[in-house]
Design a protein around this ligand. Structure first.
Ligand code: HEC
Ligand code: HEC
Length: 366
């Protein structure tokens, strides 16, 4: 390590004095290419992890090995299998990231031109200790003596105040496991996150009368303008559909999650898990999805219960759309094939309120 720092000093000095045109040019071109990477990667002084890991000293780094960055499983596995970043491996990765490492979370389509790959590698190498070592070899011994004083200058920034090594902004401290557990209460449609427990319709009815009916009505019909929790089946295509757990909601997990997280309104998260099971069972009962007061909902039978409207929700699978499937980069400027055409004016459509004086003057446009 200290050796490469010294050598870095040596080469830096050399570049300033003599210059190495062809190398410098690649680096410059590579710097431009790196703009494509810069939204996700930082490199250079004080580079921090962003969406992607910081890329100082990436040459010679084992893939997926930087402390404090959360890599994909695939990247970590590739590292564990011995993948080390060098010209060849970085080149292949940048050409087609997803093909080279299946499951990498680097959402980047890849660089099409070999020249861009080479140049960006040259640029990144200027921030990698190993690269300077290679560049050093030719003039080695002769340069060594006088370069030593510069070592200190080059090394100085490294001694900067210590920086918390976690997160994007390096602020605060990592959350404690207990803190994460307290936030991590979401429940998924497949039952993931469900706590152990159970409760019957009958028990839920008691709880509901005590703690919920004041707002939601004894039968979930809603008092005043408080939300309706039951009924509404068959109204989804009406002008004013009544969207309830029974008529609209796709998954029972949302009911459990919502009640556990947010209800009773004003006293959220005061219910035990068994209470939430019982209340969820009662809400199924109010919506005629179960009819037996003795029905007991539990972590064991939870995922067997399906809500009637589930089938009307469809997966939004972007990966099947041509744009995403082909891994094309999204269009960010001049995306309209031709200039937009004005087909109608708001005033003709009569959506813009008019001043008193031009009452009835709807046609007054050019
Ligand atoms: C949209 C964000 C994004 C862009 C753009 C991007 N990367 Fe990445 N990059 C990532 C992420 C995220 C990872 C971590 C991948 C993983 O864990 O699977 C990564 C990983 C890497 C790695 C492996 C680093 C390591 O520590 O193992 C290299 C090298 C790399 N990127 C280089 C580049 C270069 C060069 C470019 C531009 C040509 C680029 N990336 C563009 C997000 C991005
Ligand atoms: C003080 C009045 C009040 C009480 C008591 C109350 N809720 Fe609510 N509930 C609300 C309000 C207000 C909303 C809507 C909140 C929002 O949309 O942000 C709501 C929403 C809901 C919803 C989602 C409805 C939908 O379709 O979006 C469910 C389910 C629910 N409450 C269940 C319960 C249960 C179970 C209890 C008893 C443990 C309960 N609520 C007690 C006021 C109350």
């Amino acid at each position: 390590m200290s050796k490469s720092l010294k050598l870095f000093g040596a080469v830096a000095g050399l570049l300033i004095v003599t210059g190495v045109p062809s190398f410098a040019q690649d680096v410059d071109a590579g710097k431009k290419v790196f703009r494509k990477c810069a939204s996700c990667h930082a490199v250079g002084d004080n580079a921090k992890n962003k969406v992607g890991p910081q890329l100082n000293d990436v040459f010679g780094r084992t893939a997926g090995s930087l402390d404090g960055f959360k890599y994909s499983k695939s990247m970590k596995a590739a590292g564990a299998d011995g993948l080390v970043w060098n010209d060849e491996t970085v080149g292949k990765y940048l050409e087609k990231p997803k093909a080279y490492i299946k499951g990498t979370k680097m959402s980047f389509a890849g660089l099409k031109k070999d020249k861009d790959v080479e140049n960006v590698i040259a640029y990144l190498k200027s921030f990698s200790g190993e690269a300077t070592e290679e560049a050093e070899k030719p003039d080695d011994a002769a340069a060594n003596e006088e370069k030593k004083p510069q070592t200190k200058v080059a090394a100085a920034p490294v001694a900067d105040a210590p920086m918390a090594d976690h997160g994007t902004y390096h602020l605060g401290r990592p959350a404690l496991p207990e803190e994460i557990a307290a936030w991590d209460i979401d429940i998924r449609p497949d039952g993931q996150g469900l706590p152990a427990g159970s409760g019957t319709v009958a028990r839920g009815g008691e709880l509901f009368d005590e703690q919920c009916a004041v707002c939601h009505g004894s039968f979930g019909e809603g008092e005043g303008r408080w939300p309706v929790l039951a009924g509404g089946q068959g109204t989804l295509t009406d002008d004013r559909p009544v969207k309830t757990i029974g008529s609209y909601w796709p998954y029972l997990s949302t009911v459990f999650d919502y009640v556990k997280r947010a209800m009773p309104f004003g006293n959220a998260q005061s219910l035990s898990d068994d209470d939430v099971y019982a209340l969820t069972a009662y809400l199924l009962y109010l919506n005629d999805i179960v009819t037996d007061e003795d029905f007991e909902l539990s972590s064991d039978n939870f995922t067997e219960v399906r809500l009637p409207n589930e089938a009307n929700f469809i997966d939004d699978n972007r990966q099947d759309e041509p744009q995403y499937a082909a891994g094309l980069e999204p269009c960010m400027s001049n995306c309209m094939p031709e200039p937009a055409k004005v087909t109608m004016h708001a005033r003709v459509l009569d959506v813009t309120p008019e001043g008193e004086e031009d009452e009835g003057g709807a046609g007054a446009i050019d």
